[in-house]
Design a protein around this ligand. Structure first.
Ligand code: COI
Length: 362
């Protein structure tokens, strides 16, 4: 085993003996084909985080009693590595992901992970698997850091042991529609998260709770659901697994971060860009009645989702209790397009990065 040096503990590197063939990304489902290596690190109560290592991608061996399987003590992040025209590999605001992982960890009673391990682990893994960062337009290497509770215990308590892992996979578009506006069903029954719960964290449970409504919507020909709040089911929260924004009467309106909404890094970046472009932003409660009325009286000009996987996803149609409203003639709006072009331009190193969001890894 060869060692690379970090400011914390040395990361051990064990190279794969055989390298996998790189897949064609044409039509490959999101997140199904993984690179040659993964980063791992263990936590034991009394010892802390230890043994950072990059090893060949392989299955885990865990006790069937591991706490993650029973009580979902688990958190994750989503980020991407982009190939610039010069051939450099760039990350987008990775320190924000490290911070959010620790905010999720705090809520799920998972020990804090020193940010240096997050950053150095990413660099070591992506440095070794740099050939996996694709260079075809609109493709990237999706990165999935996660922490799972590994103690073999069925009592409902915080685990004493954890595993931090980073895996990566080359990806194209998240939605098959790409940048074509999607049809969205406003969900009136299921809720994704509630205030006081875990909605502001990236924990697997939030996504598990979202699958049924997403599946029902897909069966009716919609791409995703628009989530309403869990108390009176009137206030808009998110769309699918993304944050959501609306251009209403020339102002950008987005649900405020009140605890049940994920503080998205793409959300934050869009708001920074929009402010820089002189837009008035309203982070506030927005009711479904106000949204539908704005769609009907023409005040709703554009609507889009924001997230790491799809970046920007235009919304062309919303259905609420059987009544359909078309947004922006069902076409992508000028502001949605400008946000997509600017953000992806910065991410792929093609547009001026005035906020210094891009971080070169190798
Ligand atoms: C994102 O786009 O940020 C997501 O969370 C999607 C991911 C769960 C695949």
């Amino acid at each position: 085993m060869k060692e690379s040096v970090t400011r914390v503990e040395k990361i051990k590197i064990e190279r794969a003996q055989r390298f996998k063939e790189k897949p064609s990304l044409d039509g490959i489902p999101f997140g199904t084909y993984f690179s040659d290596h993964m980063f791992l690190m263990d936590y034991d109560e009394g010892r802390g985080w230890h043994d950072p290592r990059v090893v060949p991608f392989a299955n885990f061996e865990l006790s069937p009693a591991a706490a993650v399987f029973h009580y979902a003590q688990e958190i994750f992040e989503g980020m991407k590595a982009y190939r610039s025209p010069k051939g450099d590999v760039l990350l987008f605001r990775p320190a924000e992901n490290a911070k959010r992982l620790n905010s999720s960890a705090e809520r799920l009673c998972i020990p804090q992970l020193p940010e240096e391990y997050f950053m150095e682990g990413l660099k070591a893994l992506i440095g070794l698997d740099r050939d996996w960062v694709p260079s075809i337009p609109d493709t990237s290497l999706y990165i999935r850091p996660f922490i799972i509770a590994t103690s073999a215990q069925l009592g409902v308590h915080a685990s004493a042991q954890y595993l931090f892992a980073i895996i990566t996979c080359p990806v194209g578009s998240y939605y098959p529609e790409g940048l074509n506006p999607v049809r969205i069903l406003i969900e009136s029954d299921d809720v994704r998260a509630v205030r006081g719960g875990t909605g502001y964290t990236k924990c697997g449970g939030n996504y598990a709770a979202s699958i049924r409504a997403g599946q029902r919507a897909e069966n009716q020909g919609y791409s995703q659901v628009l989530w309403l709040d869990g108390i009176d089911r009137r206030h808009i929260e998110e769309v699918g697994s993304m944050n959501v924004m609306f251009l209403i009467g020339g102002k950008v309106v987005t649900p405020a971060l009140t605890g049940s909404v994920l503080p998205g890094i793409t959300r934050k970046s869009c708001l920074d860009l929009l402010r820089d472009w002189g837009y008035e932003i309203e982070e506030r409660a927005l009711t479904v009645d106000e949204l539908v009325a704005a769609a009907e009286n023409g005040a709703l000009g554009e609507a889009w989702g924001t997230g790491t996987a799809a970046v920007i996803s235009p919304i062309g149609e919303i259905t609420y209790r059987g009544s359909v409203s078309i947004i922006g003639g069902g076409k992508i709006g000028a502001l949605t397009r400008k946000l997509y072009d600017t953000l992806t331009g910065i991410q792929w190193g093609k547009t001026e990065d005035k906020f210094a969001w891009s971080v070169k890894v190798c």
